[in-house]
Ligand binder design. Structure first.
Ligand SMILES: C[S@@+](CC[C@H](N)C(=O)[O-])C[C@H]1O[C@@H](n2cnc3c(N)ncnc32)[C@H](O)[C@@H]1O
Length: 210
């Protein structure tokens, strides 16, 4: 467990880490699309933080187009897998660290962009994570935060119930409207919110600090 916080359901994420990329492959093309759109949205930012990086699927792609990427996650095994993949790809502008979203070690305004992909629905206090993201983002910086919306349709509500069997916890049952309202309450202006269709719809949101 992280030195700087307990994270959320970290035991589950540690247990899944070695199989995570394989599990994601079941999502088919939509995951790849989410990663590509996120990388496009971030553009050529100099310094990027990827919050809840998991095995670094997004961070490792970002590293090909931005100056420097730091990926953080409270699950140590996720970070171990991400570091192994970075070494194999010989990427030298990406680092991974065990930290959770609620309290990070970074200075105010340290990043030009923050990505937080498919994380805010699996944490218990997204408001705290968003406050910390806002703190480490420079005033004109960009937040790209695609997130699954389990409150959007009857099927997504049903799938949420079924997925708890394996220990997976979805703490937030967002609709896209509830999710964008949360971001606005937490001090962000939402620049774009697009719903990616699927068994569980994904809200692709780009925002800036107010
Ligand atoms: C669904 S995975 C997403 C991983 C990656 N961003 C991606 O899109 O493939 C959710 C991740 O959130 C992490 N997580 C759980 N609690 C967290 C917290 N409090 N702060 C940051 N990350 C957290 C988990 O360890 C897990 O790696």
């Amino acid at each position: 467990v992280s030195e700087r916080g307990a994270g959320d359901n970290v035991r589950f994420w540690n247990g899944l880490a070695e199989r995570y990329d394989w599990t994601v492959s079941w999502f088919g093309r939509s995951y790849g699309e989410m990663i590509r759109t996120t990388v496009q949205d971030v553009g050529h930012a100099e310094r990027v933080l990827d919050v809840g990086t998991g095995t670094g699927l997004v961070a490792l792609e970002l590293a090909k187009t931005v100056g420097e990427v730091v990926g953080i996650d409270p699950a140590e095994t996720m970070i171990r897998v991400a570091r192994r993949k970075a070494a194999a790809a010989e990427l030298t502008n990406v680092t991974f660290d065990v930290q959770d979203a609620y309290e990070t070690s970074f200075e105010n305004g340290a990043f030009d962009a923050v990505t937080c992909c498919n994380v805010l629905h699996v944490i218990q206090t997204p408001e705290r994570a968003l406050a910390e993201i806002r703190r480490v983002l420079r005033p004109e910086g960009l937040l790209v935060a695609p997130t699954y919306c389990h409150g959007q349709t009857w099927l997504s509500r049903l799938l949420r119930r079924l997925s708890t069997v394996g220990g997976f916890k979805v703490y937030q049952r967002f609709t896209v409207d509830a999710y964008t309202a949360l971001l606005e309450r937490c001090g962000f202006t939402v620049l774009c919110a697009q719903l990616r269709r699927g068994p569980v719809p994904n809200a692709h949101v780009v925002a800036r600090p107010v």
